[in-house]
Design a protein around this ligand. Structure first.
Ligand code: NAD
Length: 310
Protein backbone atom coordinates (compact mmCIF):
# COMPACT_ATOMS: atom_id res chain seq x y z
CA UNK A 1 0.00 0.00 0.00
CA UNK A 2 1.27 3.41 -0.91
CA UNK A 3 0.93 4.91 2.57
CA UNK A 4 2.28 1.99 4.63
CA UNK A 5 5.40 3.97 5.49
CA UNK A 6 3.42 6.39 7.61
CA UNK A 7 2.04 3.52 9.66
CA UNK A 8 5.42 1.97 10.34
CA UNK A 9 6.58 5.33 11.59
CA UNK A 10 3.57 5.54 13.90
CA UNK A 11 4.67 2.34 15.59
CA UNK A 12 8.03 3.86 16.37
CA UNK A 13 6.56 6.39 18.76
CA UNK A 14 5.49 9.94 19.25
CA UNK A 15 8.65 11.51 17.87
CA UNK A 16 7.46 10.88 14.34
CA UNK A 17 4.89 13.66 14.42
CA UNK A 18 5.97 15.08 11.07
CA UNK A 19 5.11 11.83 9.29
CA UNK A 20 1.85 11.08 11.07
CA UNK A 21 -1.16 10.81 8.80
CA UNK A 22 -3.46 13.81 8.73
CA UNK A 23 -6.03 12.21 11.02
CA UNK A 24 -9.24 14.08 11.63
CA UNK A 25 -9.17 15.13 15.29
CA UNK A 26 -12.85 14.33 15.79
CA UNK A 27 -13.33 10.64 16.61
CA UNK A 28 -16.82 10.74 15.17
CA UNK A 29 -15.92 12.43 11.89
CA UNK A 30 -16.27 10.03 8.95
CA UNK A 31 -13.07 8.58 7.55
CA UNK A 32 -12.98 8.52 3.77
CA UNK A 33 -11.69 5.64 1.68
CA UNK A 34 -8.36 7.37 1.10
CA UNK A 35 -7.46 8.90 4.48
CA UNK A 36 -5.75 6.94 7.20
CA UNK A 37 -7.95 6.39 10.24
CA UNK A 38 -6.84 7.75 13.61
CA UNK A 39 -4.99 4.69 14.88
CA UNK A 40 -3.85 5.29 18.44
CA UNK A 41 -0.19 6.27 18.67
CA UNK A 42 1.04 3.59 21.03
CA UNK A 43 4.38 1.85 20.87
CA UNK A 44 4.30 -1.93 20.66
CA UNK A 45 5.51 -3.25 24.05
CA UNK A 46 8.70 -5.36 24.18
CA UNK A 47 6.96 -8.54 25.34
CA UNK A 48 8.44 -11.13 22.96
CA UNK A 49 12.19 -10.76 23.48
CA UNK A 50 14.10 -14.01 23.00
CA UNK A 51 11.27 -15.66 21.06
CA UNK A 52 11.19 -16.66 17.43
CA UNK A 53 8.14 -16.58 15.20
CA UNK A 54 7.04 -17.81 11.80
CA UNK A 55 4.31 -15.96 9.90
CA UNK A 56 2.83 -17.40 6.72
CA UNK A 57 1.89 -15.08 3.86
CA UNK A 58 4.00 -12.42 5.55
CA UNK A 59 4.98 -10.46 2.45
CA UNK A 60 1.62 -8.69 2.15
CA UNK A 61 -1.27 -7.17 4.05
CA UNK A 62 -2.08 -8.60 7.47
CA UNK A 63 0.80 -11.10 7.50
CA UNK A 64 3.32 -8.35 6.84
CA UNK A 65 1.88 -6.19 9.64
CA UNK A 66 1.89 -9.14 12.04
CA UNK A 67 5.50 -9.97 11.19
CA UNK A 68 6.55 -6.34 11.78
CA UNK A 69 4.58 -6.06 15.04
CA UNK A 70 6.08 -9.28 16.41
CA UNK A 71 9.53 -7.93 15.56
CA UNK A 72 8.74 -4.61 17.24
CA UNK A 73 7.76 -6.66 20.30
CA UNK A 74 11.20 -8.29 20.27
CA UNK A 75 10.79 -11.51 18.27
CA UNK A 76 12.94 -12.86 15.47
CA UNK A 77 10.70 -13.64 12.50
CA UNK A 78 10.54 -16.04 9.56
CA UNK A 79 8.73 -14.35 6.68
CA UNK A 80 6.97 -16.98 4.59
CA UNK A 81 5.90 -16.18 1.04
CA UNK A 82 4.79 -18.06 -2.06
CA UNK A 83 4.99 -15.31 -4.69
CA UNK A 84 6.87 -12.02 -5.00
CA UNK A 85 10.20 -12.73 -3.29
CA UNK A 86 11.29 -9.05 -3.38
CA UNK A 87 8.37 -8.02 -1.17
CA UNK A 88 9.34 -10.74 1.33
CA UNK A 89 12.92 -9.49 1.32
CA UNK A 90 11.62 -5.96 1.93
CA UNK A 91 9.79 -7.18 5.06
CA UNK A 92 12.97 -8.97 6.17
CA UNK A 93 14.90 -5.71 5.74
CA UNK A 94 12.35 -3.80 7.83
CA UNK A 95 12.54 -6.40 10.61
CA UNK A 96 16.35 -6.23 10.64
CA UNK A 97 16.06 -2.45 11.03
CA UNK A 98 14.21 -3.24 14.29
CA UNK A 99 17.35 -5.10 15.39
CA UNK A 100 15.81 -8.57 15.05
CA UNK A 101 16.83 -11.59 13.03
CA UNK A 102 14.69 -12.28 9.98
CA UNK A 103 14.61 -14.79 7.18
CA UNK A 104 12.41 -15.14 4.09
CA UNK A 105 11.40 -18.70 3.24
CA UNK A 106 9.45 -19.72 0.15
CA UNK A 107 6.74 -22.34 0.70
CA UNK A 108 3.26 -23.05 -0.58
CA UNK A 109 1.38 -23.74 2.68
CA UNK A 110 -1.01 -26.12 0.92
CA UNK A 111 1.89 -28.50 0.12
CA UNK A 112 3.02 -30.82 2.89
CA UNK A 113 6.58 -31.24 1.63
CA UNK A 114 7.11 -27.49 1.34
CA UNK A 115 5.70 -26.79 4.82
CA UNK A 116 7.91 -29.48 6.35
CA UNK A 117 10.98 -28.10 4.58
CA UNK A 118 10.14 -24.55 5.71
CA UNK A 119 9.86 -25.54 9.37
CA UNK A 120 13.09 -27.56 9.16
CA UNK A 121 14.90 -24.56 7.71
CA UNK A 122 13.39 -22.19 10.30
CA UNK A 123 14.45 -24.41 13.21
CA UNK A 124 17.90 -24.90 11.71
CA UNK A 125 18.31 -21.13 11.47
CA UNK A 126 16.70 -19.96 14.75
CA UNK A 127 17.14 -23.09 16.91
CA UNK A 128 13.40 -23.37 17.57
CA UNK A 129 10.09 -21.55 17.12
CA UNK A 130 7.87 -20.20 19.89
CA UNK A 131 5.12 -18.50 17.84
CA UNK A 132 3.50 -19.62 14.60
CA UNK A 133 0.93 -17.45 12.85
CA UNK A 134 -1.05 -19.36 10.21
CA UNK A 135 -2.08 -16.36 8.16
CA UNK A 136 -1.80 -17.17 4.44
CA UNK A 137 -5.13 -17.10 2.69
CA UNK A 138 -6.92 -16.29 -0.53
CA UNK A 139 -10.33 -15.99 -2.12
CA UNK A 140 -11.79 -17.53 -5.29
CA UNK A 141 -15.31 -16.08 -5.32
CA UNK A 142 -18.19 -17.33 -7.46
CA UNK A 143 -21.93 -17.79 -7.33
CA UNK A 144 -22.45 -21.22 -5.82
CA UNK A 145 -23.93 -22.81 -8.94
CA UNK A 146 -20.91 -21.66 -10.95
CA UNK A 147 -18.20 -22.47 -8.39
CA UNK A 148 -15.73 -24.93 -9.86
CA UNK A 149 -14.17 -27.77 -7.92
CA UNK A 150 -10.83 -26.09 -8.54
CA UNK A 151 -12.05 -22.85 -6.92
CA UNK A 152 -13.35 -24.85 -3.95
CA UNK A 153 -10.18 -26.95 -3.58
CA UNK A 154 -7.82 -23.99 -3.94
CA UNK A 155 -9.48 -22.07 -1.11
CA UNK A 156 -9.84 -25.08 1.20
CA UNK A 157 -6.28 -26.17 0.33
CA UNK A 158 -4.66 -22.89 1.34
CA UNK A 159 -7.04 -21.50 3.99
CA UNK A 160 -7.81 -24.73 5.87
CA UNK A 161 -5.37 -27.49 4.90
CA UNK A 162 -2.53 -24.96 4.90
CA UNK A 163 -3.41 -23.95 8.46
CA UNK A 164 -3.59 -27.64 9.46
CA UNK A 165 -0.15 -28.38 7.97
CA UNK A 166 1.51 -25.37 9.62
CA UNK A 167 -0.18 -25.92 12.99
CA UNK A 168 0.85 -29.59 12.95
CA UNK A 169 4.47 -28.70 12.22
CA UNK A 170 4.33 -26.10 15.00
CA UNK A 171 2.92 -28.57 17.55
CA UNK A 172 5.61 -31.11 16.67
CA UNK A 173 8.35 -28.51 17.27
CA UNK A 174 6.76 -27.25 20.50
CA UNK A 175 6.47 -30.86 21.78
CA UNK A 176 10.09 -31.58 20.85
CA UNK A 177 11.35 -28.59 22.85
CA UNK A 178 8.80 -28.36 25.68
CA UNK A 179 8.59 -25.40 28.03
CA UNK A 180 11.65 -23.21 28.46
CA UNK A 181 10.53 -20.90 31.27
CA UNK A 182 13.41 -18.51 30.65
CA UNK A 183 11.66 -17.64 27.38
CA UNK A 184 7.95 -18.35 27.94
CA UNK A 185 5.77 -20.29 30.37
CA UNK A 186 4.05 -21.81 27.32
CA UNK A 187 5.67 -24.43 25.12
CA UNK A 188 4.37 -22.49 22.14
CA UNK A 189 1.67 -20.27 20.75
CA UNK A 190 -0.30 -20.81 17.54
CA UNK A 191 -2.42 -18.04 16.07
CA UNK A 192 -4.80 -18.94 13.27
CA UNK A 193 -5.92 -16.11 10.99
CA UNK A 194 -9.64 -16.69 10.73
CA UNK A 195 -12.28 -14.11 9.74
CA UNK A 196 -15.63 -12.75 10.82
CA UNK A 197 -16.80 -15.27 8.21
CA UNK A 198 -16.09 -18.05 10.66
CA UNK A 199 -19.58 -17.08 11.93
CA UNK A 200 -21.07 -14.72 9.28
CA UNK A 201 -22.41 -16.55 6.21
CA UNK A 202 -21.17 -15.05 2.92
CA UNK A 203 -23.14 -15.49 -0.29
CA UNK A 204 -20.99 -16.14 -3.38
CA UNK A 205 -18.06 -16.91 -1.06
CA UNK A 206 -19.16 -20.35 0.17
CA UNK A 207 -15.65 -21.80 -0.20
CA UNK A 208 -14.09 -18.97 1.83
CA UNK A 209 -16.71 -19.01 4.59
CA UNK A 210 -16.47 -22.81 4.80
CA UNK A 211 -12.70 -22.57 5.13
CA UNK A 212 -12.93 -20.04 7.98
CA UNK A 213 -15.67 -21.99 9.74
CA UNK A 214 -13.32 -24.94 9.48
CA UNK A 215 -10.45 -22.91 10.90
CA UNK A 216 -12.56 -22.09 13.95
CA UNK A 217 -13.16 -25.75 14.80
CA UNK A 218 -9.60 -26.73 13.87
CA UNK A 219 -8.39 -24.10 16.32
CA UNK A 220 -10.76 -25.12 19.13
CA UNK A 221 -10.18 -28.86 18.75
CA UNK A 222 -6.43 -28.41 18.65
CA UNK A 223 -6.50 -26.02 21.61
CA UNK A 224 -8.40 -28.60 23.67
CA UNK A 225 -5.96 -31.36 22.68
CA UNK A 226 -2.67 -29.58 23.37
CA UNK A 227 -3.56 -27.35 26.34
CA UNK A 228 -2.09 -29.92 28.78
CA UNK A 229 1.20 -29.58 26.90
CA UNK A 230 1.12 -25.84 27.62
CA UNK A 231 0.58 -25.03 23.96
CA UNK A 232 -1.88 -22.18 23.44
CA UNK A 233 -3.95 -22.06 20.28
CA UNK A 234 -6.14 -19.09 19.38
CA UNK A 235 -7.51 -17.31 16.33
CA UNK A 236 -7.87 -13.74 15.24
CA UNK A 237 -11.09 -13.06 13.35
CA UNK A 238 -10.57 -9.80 11.42
CA UNK A 239 -13.42 -7.80 10.00
CA UNK A 240 -12.77 -5.57 6.99
CA UNK A 241 -9.06 -4.78 6.90
CA UNK A 242 -7.44 -2.55 4.27
CA UNK A 243 -5.34 -5.09 2.31
CA UNK A 244 -5.01 -6.26 -1.30
CA UNK A 245 -7.39 -9.19 -0.72
CA UNK A 246 -10.44 -6.90 -0.51
CA UNK A 247 -9.50 -3.79 -2.51
CA UNK A 248 -12.93 -3.59 -4.12
CA UNK A 249 -14.51 -3.16 -0.68
CA UNK A 250 -12.67 0.08 0.16
CA UNK A 251 -10.93 1.58 -2.87
CA UNK A 252 -13.72 3.89 -4.03
CA UNK A 253 -15.71 6.30 -1.88
CA UNK A 254 -18.94 4.50 -2.82
CA UNK A 255 -17.57 1.12 -1.82
CA UNK A 256 -16.18 2.51 1.42
CA UNK A 257 -19.49 4.14 2.33
CA UNK A 258 -21.32 0.88 1.68
CA UNK A 259 -18.77 -0.97 3.82
CA UNK A 260 -19.25 1.45 6.70
CA UNK A 261 -22.90 0.38 6.96
CA UNK A 262 -21.48 -2.91 8.24
CA UNK A 263 -18.97 -1.38 10.68
CA UNK A 264 -20.37 0.29 13.83
CA UNK A 265 -16.96 1.78 14.69
CA UNK A 266 -17.06 3.65 11.33
CA UNK A 267 -13.58 3.05 10.10
CA UNK A 268 -11.94 0.31 8.10
CA UNK A 269 -9.45 -1.83 9.97
CA UNK A 270 -5.77 -1.37 9.25
CA UNK A 271 -3.31 -4.29 9.13
CA UNK A 272 -1.63 -2.82 12.23
CA UNK A 273 -4.84 -3.42 14.21
CA UNK A 274 -4.29 -7.12 13.62
CA UNK A 275 -0.55 -6.91 14.33
CA UNK A 276 -1.24 -5.48 17.78
CA UNK A 277 -3.77 -8.23 18.55
CA UNK A 278 -1.24 -10.86 17.46
CA UNK A 279 1.41 -9.45 19.81
CA UNK A 280 -1.00 -9.75 22.74
CA UNK A 281 -2.07 -13.29 21.86
CA UNK A 282 1.56 -14.37 21.44
CA UNK A 283 2.71 -12.86 24.72
CA UNK A 284 2.49 -13.88 28.39
CA UNK A 285 -0.13 -11.12 28.78
CA UNK A 286 -2.66 -13.62 27.39
CA UNK A 287 -1.28 -16.73 29.12
CA UNK A 288 -4.69 -17.96 30.30
CA UNK A 289 -6.26 -17.53 26.85
CA UNK A 290 -6.60 -20.59 24.65
CA UNK A 291 -9.27 -21.83 22.26
CA UNK A 292 -10.61 -18.35 21.61
CA UNK A 293 -11.35 -16.33 18.49
CA UNK A 294 -10.46 -12.70 19.08
CA UNK A 295 -12.73 -10.61 16.85
CA UNK A 296 -10.96 -7.48 15.63
CA UNK A 297 -13.73 -6.07 13.52
CA UNK A 298 -14.93 -2.63 14.67
CA UNK A 299 -18.16 -4.30 15.74
CA UNK A 300 -18.98 -5.97 12.42
CA UNK A 301 -20.28 -9.03 14.30
CA UNK A 302 -22.67 -6.91 16.41
CA UNK A 303 -25.54 -7.24 13.93
CA UNK A 304 -25.24 -3.59 12.75
CA UNK A 305 -28.60 -3.88 10.96
CA UNK A 306 -30.18 -3.71 14.43
CA UNK A 307 -28.33 -0.55 15.49
CA UNK A 308 -31.47 1.57 15.13
CA UNK A 309 -33.61 -0.86 17.08
CA UNK A 310 -34.30 -3.40 14.33
P1 NAD B 1 -3.24 -10.53 1.21
O1 NAD B 1 -3.69 -11.01 -0.12
O2 NAD B 1 -2.59 -9.20 1.33
O3 NAD B 1 -2.29 -11.59 1.90
C1 NAD B 1 -2.46 -12.98 1.75
C2 NAD B 1 -1.09 -13.60 1.79
O4 NAD B 1 -1.22 -15.04 1.72
C3 NAD B 1 -0.21 -13.17 0.63
O5 NAD B 1 1.10 -12.94 1.08
C4 NAD B 1 -0.26 -14.38 -0.29
O6 NAD B 1 0.85 -14.49 -1.15
C5 NAD B 1 -0.27 -15.47 0.76
N1 NAD B 1 -0.62 -16.77 0.22
C6 NAD B 1 -1.67 -17.10 -0.60
N2 NAD B 1 -1.61 -18.40 -0.92
C7 NAD B 1 -0.51 -18.90 -0.29
C8 NAD B 1 0.08 -20.19 -0.25
N3 NAD B 1 -0.43 -21.23 -0.92
N4 NAD B 1 1.21 -20.35 0.49
C9 NAD B 1 1.75 -19.31 1.18
N5 NAD B 1 1.23 -18.07 1.15
C10 NAD B 1 0.11 -17.89 0.42
O7 NAD B 1 -4.57 -10.57 2.11
P2 NAD B 1 -4.76 -10.33 3.68
O8 NAD B 1 -5.99 -9.57 3.82
O9 NAD B 1 -3.51 -9.84 4.30
O10 NAD B 1 -5.06 -11.82 4.18
C11 NAD B 1 -4.34 -12.46 5.21
C12 NAD B 1 -5.27 -13.37 5.99
O11 NAD B 1 -6.26 -12.58 6.65
C13 NAD B 1 -6.05 -14.37 5.14
O12 NAD B 1 -6.12 -15.61 5.81
C14 NAD B 1 -7.42 -13.75 5.05
O13 NAD B 1 -8.43 -14.73 4.83
C15 NAD B 1 -7.53 -13.12 6.41
N6 NAD B 1 -8.54 -12.07 6.51
C16 NAD B 1 -8.43 -10.89 5.84
C17 NAD B 1 -9.41 -9.91 5.98
C18 NAD B 1 -9.35 -8.58 5.29
O14 NAD B 1 -10.32 -7.82 5.37
N7 NAD B 1 -8.24 -8.22 4.65
C19 NAD B 1 -10.52 -10.16 6.79
C20 NAD B 1 -10.62 -11.38 7.44
C21 NAD B 1 -9.63 -12.33 7.30
Amino acid sequence: MANDKAVITEHQGEEATAQKPAADPSPTAPVSSQTRPPLPHVAVPLVLCGQSALVTGANSGIGRAVALALAQAGADVVVNYVTDAPSAEAVVAEIRLEGRRALAIHADVSREDEVEAMFAQAVAEFGTLHIVVCNAGLQRDAPFHEMSLQQWNTVIGVNLTGQFLCARAAVREFMRRGVDEKVSVAAGKIIHMSSVHEIIPWATHANYAASKGGVQMLMKSLAQEVAPLRIRVNAIAPGAIRTPINTVAWKTAEAYDALMKLVPYKRIGEPEDIGRAAVWLASELSDYVTGTSLFVDGGMTLFPGFSSGG
